[in-house]
Design a protein around this ligand. Structure first.
Ligand SMILES: *Cc1c(COP(=O)(O)O)cnc(C)c1O
Length: 393
């Protein structure tokens, strides 16, 4: 009688078997037995979810996965990589505090820091993360955290995480954005970082169909981040967490393939007459070649940056049209290989002069290597580059 209204239907029957693949807990809230149960959940005596903005089984499963992979106590998931970074700022920094960023950071991260400065009075300094000692010049009593990336975009400069962590006083957390590298290539927590974060929209999911962010660190810090996510609403949603968990299953295979392919591609394209330069840490002329050998013996991930020999937008357009099988898509870490143009996407918020100062020239094309066989990519990219050379002569 009481369950014959459609609004009460659709709950699966209890079963003696469990689903082999995790279910999606697509629910806003959870039914709680009574006030005693509620109290026991609140006080941590028994596990339980109450409201999805605070916690959800799909979020917890993914958060635990990233914690295990990073060798951290706990993890948290967020609506996006920027949701994670925004929550880190809102948790660790207050008005009047000081935050230090690596000089070269993901474009939106720089914009986030600028907002924190203009709207909330948080002072921002930068340092060269490839020269850890330069951190001492900007570190102050007010510094509340330092934020770096494992490998920079798009020139692939590598931070010496351990050396940077060693310079910081124990009460100043080092936050590392490991989006480009993933826990398959480096585990920043084990090198002295307090928090490692990822855009789950990139390699962790790896299929170009999710927006998500993740962080891992001590249980205490993760609890604080989770509270921020709940209060500011930067929480993830169950379906995205479920999809990302599914993508994560193949991360080790994908990263191994992508690193091998990218290294071979860098070798194969290096010295092509249509290129002024290939930026990749596996090449001996790269500024981070030595540290790459030490920290990333199997590779630095799937990013490779080409500097075209031609000039400006015309050269880039000609290359994009010639490389027709490789789409221009302003993201990275999709399952397929994609191209991007840093000057007009990730770094378009900067003046051309500011871009020039950090080496982001208009002729740079960033390649995010996907899962195709290396022979196929070498063939397609060399054909595109060859056509540029023949057009110029
Ligand atoms: C993409 C990216 C982010 C932001 O992640 P979203 O999921 O797009 O919000 C942060 N850091 C790096 C290095 C990224 O590549």
């Amino acid at each position: 009688m009481s369950s014959d209204h459609p609004s009460r239907m659709g709950h699966p029957r209890q079963s003696s078997t469990a689903p082999s693949s995790p279910p999606i807990y697509q629910t806003t809230a959870f039914d709680v037995g009574d006030l005693d149960v509620l109290h026991s959940i609140h006080t941590g005596k028994i596990p339980g979810d109450i409201y999805t903005r605070d916690s959800n089984p799909n979020h917890s499963a993914l958060a635990e996965s990233i914690a295990v992979l990073e060798g951290a106590e706990a993890g948290v998931v967020f609506a996006s990589g920027m949701g994670a970074l925004g929550s880190i700022f809102l948790t660790l920094a207050s008005a009047g505090d000081h935050v230090i960023l690596a000089r070269s950071m993901y474009g939106k991260t720089v914009q986030l820091a600028n907002r924190m400065k203009s709207q909330f009075g948080i002072a921002i300094s930068t340092f060269d993360a490839t020269r850890p000692e330069s951190l001492r010049e900007v570190l102050t009593e007010k510094t509340c955290f330092v934020l770096i990336e494992t490998v920079s975009n798009p020139l692939l400069e590598i931070s010496d995480i351990q050396a940077i962590a060693n310079i910081l006083p124990p009460e100043v957390p080092l936050v590392v954005d490991s989006t480009f590298t993933s826990p398959m290539l480096i585990k920043p927590i084990q090198l002295g970082a307090s928090i490692v974060m990822h855009s789950g929209s990139k390699y962790i999911n790896g299929h170009g169909d999710v927006m998500l962010g993740l962080a891992a660190g001590s249980a205490e810090l993760m609890k604080r981040l989770n509270r921020t996510a709940s209060v500011f609403g930067t929480n993830a949603n169950p379906f995205e967490s479920w999809l990302c968990q599914r993508g994560l299953k193949t991360l080790p295979l994908r990263m191994a393939h992508i690193c091998r392919t990218t290294n071979e591609l860098a070798q194969a394209l290096n010295g092509h007459p249509s290129l002024r330069r290939v930026y990749h840490p596996s090449l001996p002329d790269h500024a981070s070649h030595e540290i790459a050998q030490r920290l990333y013996p199997s590779g630095t991930g799937g990013i490779l940056t080409l500097e075209l020999a031609g000039s400006g937008r015309d050269a880039v357009n000609a290359f994009m049209r010639a490389a027709e099988s490789i789409p221009f898509s302003p993201t990275l870490a999709d399952a397929r290989t994609t191209l991007s143009h840093p000057a007009m996407t990730s770094h378009s918020f900067m003046s051309s002069r500011a871009r020039a100062e950090i080496g982001i020239r208009d002729e740079l094309v960033r390649i995010s290597v996907g899962l195709e066989p290396v022979e196929m990519l070498i063939l397609e990219l060399t054909a595109a580059l060859n056509s540029l050379t023949s057009n110029r002569t």
